[in-house]
Design a protein around this ligand. Sequence first.
Ligand code: UDP
Ligand code: MG
Length: 312
Amino acid sequence: MKLSLIAPCYNEAENVQAFQDAVIEAFSGCGYDYEIIFVDDGSKDATLHNLKKIFKAQKCPVKVISFSRNFGKEAGIYAGLEQASGEYISLIDADLQQRPEIVRNMVQILDDREELDIVAAYQDRRGEGRILSFFKKCFYSIINKLSKVNLQPDASDFRTFRRSVRDSILQMTEYHRFSKGIFAWVGYSTEFIPYTACERHAGASKWNFWKLLNYAIEGIIGYSTAPLRFSVFIGSITAIAAVLYLICVVCEKLFWGIAIPGYATIIVLILLLGSIQLFCIGIIGEYVGRTFEQSKNRPVYIAKEILSYDEK
Ligand code: UDP
Ligand code: MG
């Protein structure tokens, strides 16, 4: 098997058949074998039903993994990687925003250039609003400053890579998966190619601003301990400021006999210090929570069914 295409699907009932057709069209006459691995991520619509129909028809080699509930795209990718038997592996969305023709192109690049391990696509023109673009830019600059890994701005998980990369990713069994970070962390020589995301074939995106914000925090906490250092830093600054202020107050009282100013100062100080403490405890809590989640050692996903064609 030359190529495995992994397509995580969550409520993509209207897209899966169109996706398969697009793949078959894009790869017709390519001269090598390929398989599609659909991962049904606990969809609530007819996705699984449609995937089973596609599986029965086997217009091209198809595997279907269905999850017991929604575990998220990252878990879907992980499950797909485990089942992939291709020499090359490609991650692609099932909503046809990422065209299979580009995958064919990626395979060509990997064939031509032996030194490359990954070909990743980044969006050259984004259809999103300015505010979101701005926040994304901030996110990349923050995470690249704070963490040891270096994330390529706008690089998606739309990429094709060699089997060795897949093996390395599978070794990362962490529960909180952040694929941009995982790819940066495993390394390998990567070529970035621009692509333009198409309109969704049908259905709606599962992302909104809050989900993206949570995802960004996930990335920062998962790939850097700098926030912990930061809380030590602001703790130290406030401690120094407190000591200086204490000296001032004592001197005022002893040498000038000024009464210690009361209510307003105390309220402000209590609120300020209280909020700094809560903020820092919150940061520590994020890390403790992740340690807790990971220490339970739960599987990344639970598959209730894995349908596979006969590989012989
Ligand atoms: N997806 C998934 N599980 C989820 C959310 C999304 O498997 O919990 C899949 C979805 O079906 C699609 C891909 O991940 O194939 C990208 O999702 P979406 O199109 O919503 O994201 P966008 O393209 O808007 O970034
Ligand atoms: Mg999409």
